[in-house]
Design a protein. Structure first.
Ligand code: NAD
Ligand code: UGA
Length: 445
């Protein structure tokens, strides 16, 4: 059993702290948000993350997981201190490190025994050195400490499973002994552990996210070419994916990537590159293509309806991906705003993200109780998030209840031929003349 503190109880910090507690450690999570901490102390989690609430409760009951707003209390016994605060985009696309700075200063203020400080947040290359500098200057009595970079690779919606079954654990430090000690915490996971220097570890995180974003923009570009040339991107991705060098993951064409990470991390990497004299042209193209995908979806709806003014549009799915309530940089939010700016009347439904979306979008959107209520009287339905519960909808009932049975599927969740059979005027993303396509001359007869 080791004593671990985690600073920041967001999607990463809460999962990290809870999983380490579940592995038998004594974990104290610190956050400046009093409301979040009060909720957690009562065993309720402030976010939607499958499997997490039960794990939090179990570990609180076992006396291994504690929550506090006090750094002094939270760091009292700490041997390992994970910093997992947010690193949002700044005005020029750079990562804004104000929360990391505040966390480092607060650590230094109360640090009264040696500890290993681990950067879990996604931070620009060089931040580990910067954090060490802040603490070195602000600490009292020259207390010893070591900084390790430990980028996190979990995904929202499957965060607990991702944490417990990582493809790899990356640790970077100028002090290999400190990195080795952190490695011991991860040994029970039986994952490959890579130890490298601080800056390389920080770069591995950005390069990984940028590469995944790059695959998404690549397949979206291919999808748009498929549409123009009459091929089916779903089958193209399947055909590419059989090649072991390529693989099938992260080749789903759609409305582009959203969320609190890919958009900000690609931007931050491009910013880092540019200020150091590099020319990040691929990263810029990745971002541009991603932006276009949202506009292209709106264009499809506009073209099918002959304009959006006073048209009633139902939006299925608001979170940036299924199984989360997170709407940060969610494509749905931008798509709704674009359609509203052209005079559309927007209704929406999401299984868990409506409360967050309401805060963001206000009363301008009518939030519905289920997809059937949503569809009633709509001129078009637009699917933006591929929640599982949309897979087995009574689509015939939905088509009948709409004013016009127009369906624009931003995630290629349905099969074009089947949707046509059900009476929809259906458009997916990049689905040209594939064997199942409505546009296939042979299938249309
Ligand atoms: P989040 O916004 O959900 O949570 C951050 C938490 O930090 C908040 O609860 C906030 O109140 C708290 N906080 C801010 N300043 C603080 C301070 N000075 N002291 C204590 N607490 C403070 O963020 P997140 O989504 O968990 O992301 C955290 C970091 O992890 C980011 O750098 C992100 O890029 C990275 N990351 C996120 C994910 C993900 O799926 N969300 C995955 C991998 C890496
Ligand atoms: C992503 C990475 O997958 C994690 O490894 C990383 O830790 C995390 O960012 C982070 O740094 O925060 P996450 O944003 O939770 O995780 O979700 P993903 O499943 O990666 O999806 C991101 C976005 O890409 C979503 O909007 C999703 O709809 C979109 N996407 C994903 C596609 O459009 N096509 C795909 O094939 C895959």
């Amino acid at each position: 059993m080791r004593y671990i503190s985690v600073i920041g109880v967001g999607y990463v910090g809460l999962v990290t702290g809870t999983c380490f507690a579940d592995m038998g450690n004594d974990v104290t999570c610190i956050d400046i948000n009093e409301e979040k901490i009060a909720k957690l102390q009562a065993g309720q989690i402030p976010i939607y993350e499958p499997g997490l609430e039960e794990m939090v409760r179990r570990n609180i009951e076992a006396g291994r997981l504690h929550f506090t707003t006090s750094y002094a209390e939270g760091l009292k016994n700490a041997e390992f201190v994970f910093i997992a605060v947010g690193t949002p985009s700044g005005v020029d696309g750079e990562a804004d490190l104000k929360y990391v700075r505040a966390a480092a200063e607060s650590i230094a203020e109360v640090m009264d025994h040696p500890m290993i400080i681990i950067n879990n947040s996604t931070v620009p290359v060089g931040t580990g050195d910067w954090v060490a500098d802040i603490i070195r200057k602000a600490r009292k009595n020259n207390v010893e400490f070591w900084v390790v970079s430990n980028p996190e690779f979990l995904r929202e919606g499957s965060a607990v499973n991702d944490f417990l079954h990582p493809d790899r654990v990356v640790l970077g430090s100028l002090h290999p002994e400190a990195a080795n000690q952190v490695a011991q915490l991860y040994l029970p996971l039986r994952a490959p552990i890579m130890i490298t220097d601080l800056r390389t570890a920080e770069m591995i995180k950005y390069a990984s996210n940028a590469y995944l974003a790059n695959r998404i923009s690549f397949i979206n570009e291919i999808a748009n070419i498929c549409e123009a040339l009459g091929a089916d991107v779903k089958e193209v991705a399947a055909g590419m994916g059989y090649d072991k060098r390529i693989g099938r993951d992260f080749l789903d064409a759609g409305v582009g990537y959203g969320g609190s990470c890919f958009p900000k991390d690609v931007k931050a990497l491009a910013h880092m590159a540019a200020i150091h004299g590099c020319h990040p042209q691929l990263l810029r193209a990745v971002m541009e293509i991603n932006q276009d995908q949202r506009r292209l979806l709106v264009r499809k709806v506009r073209d099918l309806l002959g304009g959006l003014h006073e048209k009633v549009i139902g939006v299925l799915g608001l979170s940036f991906k299924p199984n989360t309530d997170d709407i940060r940089e969610a494509p749905a939010i931008e798509i709704i705003r674009l359609m509203q700016s052209e005079g559309a009347i927007v209704r929406a439904y999401d299984p868990v993200a409506m409360e967050n979306a309401r805060k963001e979008l206000g009363d301008g959107v009518v939030f519905c109780r289920n997809p059937y209520e949503l569809a009633e009287g709509c001129d078009a339905l637009v699917l933006v998030t591929e929640w599982n519960e949309f897979r087995h909808l009574d689509l015939a009932r939905i088509a009948r209840s709409m004013r016009r049975p127009v369906f624009v599927d931003g995630r290629n969740m349905y099969e074009p031929a089947e949707m046509q059979r059900l009476g929809f005027i259906y458009r997916g993303v990049g689905r040209g003349y594939g064997p199942n396509s409505i546009n296939n001359p042979s299938s249309c007869g």
